[in-house]
Write a protein that binds this ligand. Structure first.
Ligand code: ADP
Ligand code: MG
Length: 560
């Protein structure tokens, strides 16, 4: 087990204290085993949620808030992991999520399998460096195989994009509505995508805003060609609907700024009081006049709008909303073609954004302002509905994944089939390739192939299929050159995933392999874990008596 920070000894027998008092250290085999066990445990947790037949997890945080999800990244985000190696697994799932938006569970499951298989080699005294080198070689060969089996699709083809969105959502709680939601995602994506001269696309997914509101059903989810601001019109006397709107986007308050320090004003006569108030209201009126003169019929303000300004705006027939999020201001600027101004004195007609309709609408118990028919429809909102907070939360996460995967394919039009077929094919070809390699490296490549097979086998397990039987059938099919043969989770049998129309972005598969190998290599190369001591609370006298605190538990299991 781990030892405390024993002083090293120089050649002359002089002891040297290297680590801070109270630090604990785990070395060699212990450190490695400890790390691998923690990381594999994380993989074990998410394993049962992989694929369309995967189970959901109910996560309860310290405040008692409940999240129900099937999304690997979300599960790991919500659980509070202590062990540093386990934390690394959480990190890679986040990395995959950020890069390609899907494949988070697969990454963790695959990384866990890589470690599990590596353990077998380490037990046979194969050095970790050889395992890592073998894994790296196998990974780059896997990329080549992926390129060979990838299918090129027509750029920007909505049919293909829909297939991708559907596969992504097929593994989520919203799977039965994946066709409906998938169409919204594809429509939104194509609206905000930029098409370049060479025919390629790029997408800034920040242009797709996802708002959610519990109530109704998933099928009430709508795509709004514009921006929905979750704020109401500030004053009852203002219009609630403006057509052909000219919108002033202002990020300074429409009120008299309060001074930082306490200013005292001595008022000695009632007339002075009145003139003081008149002056204040005069300044506010001047601001509103400026807005009116610029031709604005709608004001969207990032800061506050006080009562006096509100009534002036109302009198001028201007619709106004306040305290709008910075991110929404930016989206509005892009969508309406307006400019966000700080000083109202500078506001001119050319700064105003345009929209066909600005209207306050009731969304359940709230009133939100919808800004539609924008000058440039490069910003859209998907308004998610569903019977309950947890349902809209999970739907939002699923939409995020689908937006990302369709973006992946729109930008890089290559797909692979799903259901673990590519993993089975790569695994098959790697085993053949391994035989051309020398000695121990060959073993590592074979283990890599075994680890990759865990993906189709886990899909099978979660679909209630017999694992051994599946393994044999997959191997036979791929041996016969049926490269699309995978686990058809819906029918719980091995089948042709191309015919089942289960497709995924090539980019996701590439990222899964990259992230998993990276994490596994990093963990395998660690043979020394040094944890510094936690600061001790209270005056306990000389801590740890000469730095030999003795009998420390495992890593992180130190005194509290
Ligand atoms: P991840 O977080 O890795 O995306 P998922 O739970 O979303 O995890 O599962 C993804 C896996 O499910 C992929 O391997 C994908 O090919 C597979 N999959 C999706 N739909 C189907 C299906 N209809 N039949 C079999 N496998 C499927
Ligand atoms: Mg997924």
């Amino acid at each position: 087990m781990s030892t405390t920070a024993y002083p090293a000894v120089t050649s002359t027998g002089q002891p040297v204290l290297i680590l801070k008092e109270g630090s604990s250290e785990a070395k060699g085999r212990d450190a490695q085993r400890n790390n691998l066990a923690a990381a594999m445990l994380i993989a074990e947790i998410v394993k049962s949620s992989l694929g369309p037949r995967g189970m959901d997890k109910m996560l309860v945080d310290t405040l008692g808030d409940v999240t129900i999800t099937n999304d690997g990244a979300t599960i790991l985000k919500e659980i509070d992991v202590q062990h540093p190696a386990a934390k690394m697994m959480v990190e890679i799932s986040k990395a995959t999520d950020g890069e390609v938006g899907d494949g988070t569970t697969s990454t963790v499951v695959f990384a866990g399998a890589l470690l599990d298989k590596a353990q077998l080699l380490l037990d046979k005294e194969v050095h970790p460096t050889i395992v890592v080198d073998g894994y790296r070689k196998a990974a780059s060969q896997a990329m080549k195989i992926l390129d060979e089996i990838a299918i090129k699709v027509k750029v920007g083809d909505p049919e293909w994009l829909l297939k991708i969105a559907k596969t992504t959502m097929a593994t989520k709680m919203v799977s039965k509505d994946s066709e409906f939601l998938g169409k919204l995602v594809v429509e939104a994506l194509l609206l905000v995508a930029d098409k370049h001269e060479d025919g390629s696309y790029s997408v800034d997914i920040d242009n797709i805003k996802v708002e959610k509101k519990p109530g109704g059903s998933i099928l009430d989810t709508t795509l709004i060609r514009g921006i929905v601001v979750d704020k109401e019109v500030v004053h009852a006397g203002m219009p609630k609907r403006i057509e052909k709107a000219k919108i002033a986007l202002i990020n300074s308050p429409l009120e008299i700024e309060k001074t930082e320090f306490d200013a005292k004003i001595n008022i000695t006569a009632p007339t002075q009081m009145k003139s003081f108030l008149d002056e204040e209201s005069g300044m506010l009126k001047a601001m509103v006049d400026k807005i009116r003169e610029a031709g604005a019929t709608v004001v969207v303000c990032q800061k506050g709008i006080d009562d006096i300004s509100q009534s002036y705006l109302a009198k001028a027939g201007i619709l106004a909303v306040r305290r709008v999020k910075m991110s929404d201001m930016e989206k509005l600027a892009r969508a309406t073609g307006g400019r966000v101004v700080t000083t109202i004195e500078d506001l001119t007609a050319s700064d105003l954004g345009k929209a066909d309709l600005v209207e306050e609408r009731k969304v359940e118990e709230d009133k939100w302002v919808f800004i539609e028919g924008c000058k440039n429809p490069k910003a859209v909102t998907i308004l998610v509905r569903g019977g309950g907070q947890r349902i809209v939360d999970e739907a939002e996460r699923s939409l995020h994944d689908a937006i990302m995967t369709t973006k992946d394919v729109l930008e890089k039009p290559f797909v692979v089939v799903g259901g673990g077929a590519p993993e089975a094919e790569i695994s098959f070809r790697l085993r053949e390739w391994a035989s051309t390699l020398p000695g121990r490296e060959q073993l590592a490549v074979q283990k890599f192939a075994d680890a990759l097979e865990v993906i189709p086998l886990t899909l099978a397990e979660n679909a209630g299929m017999d694992i051994l039987d599946t393994q044999v059938k997959l191997a036979a099919a791929h041996g016969e050159g049926k490269i699309y043969s995978g686990v058809d989770a819906a029918k719980s049998k091995v089948g042709d995933m191309y015919e089942r129309e289960v497709f995924e972005p090539l980019a996701v598969k590439v990222q899964v392999i990259k992230s998993a190998v990276e994490a596994a290599s990093m963990l395998l190369r660690i043979d020394d874990v040094i944890a510094s001591s936690k600061p001790r609370g209270g005056p306990k006298g000389p801590a740890g008596a000469g730095g030999m605190g003795g009998g420390m538990g495992g890593m992180g299991g130190m005194e509290d």
